[in-house]
Design a binder for this molecule. Structure first.
Ligand SMILES: [Zn+2]
Ligand SMILES: [Zn+2]
Length: 144
């Protein structure tokens, strides 16, 4: 369910950003991901491109600052970015880091609904970045 080029152009334009090849490519990669991605995961998914990883990073930061690709996960101390403007754009759901393959997956909201409370901790819990660690289903399914 990736962004079309027109949609990506539109997003850059509404934020007053020039539509450069790295920006369009980073938006496309984020829009095709099923979970938030770190800088190195974005670089990896871009594959062979005409610019270096530092350029990708600078553009990722630019998109972040413009609100197009907020950091939605800091599991393991690493910033991971996701496209804004999607359903569930703020990723206020828990994330799961697989310690075997390193992927970060979005988990259903229901997992944290039981944590909903009123009172002084209510807002804190709504804003918390919940992170779970372990082995993902794919890794668990692998023999050995
Ligand atoms: Zn895994
Ligand atoms: Zn998520």
């Amino acid at each position: 369910m990736g962004l079309t080029k027109d949609e990506a152009l539109q997003r850059l334009r509404t934020r007053g950003l020039r539509a450069t090849a790295p920006r369009l490519a980073v938006l496309r990669v984020l829009s095709e991901a099923t979970g938030p991605l770190s800088h190195s995961e974005v670089v990896q998914r871009l594959g062979e491109v005409d610019w270096d990883p530092a350029t990708t990073y600078r553009n990722l930061v630019k998109l972040r600052d413009a609100g197009l690709a907020p950091v939605v996960s800091r599991v393991d101390g690493m910033d991971r970015y996701a496209l804004s403007g999607e359903r569930d754009a703020e990723h206020r759901h828990p994330h799961f880091l697989c310690e075997d393959c390193g992927r970060v997956a979005c988990l259903p909201d229901e997992l944290t609904e039981s944590l909903s409370v009123d009172g002084p901790w209510g807002e804190s819990i709504r804003k918390a970045m919940v992170q779970l660690l372990g082995a993902c289903p794919d890794c668990l399914a692998q023999p050995g």
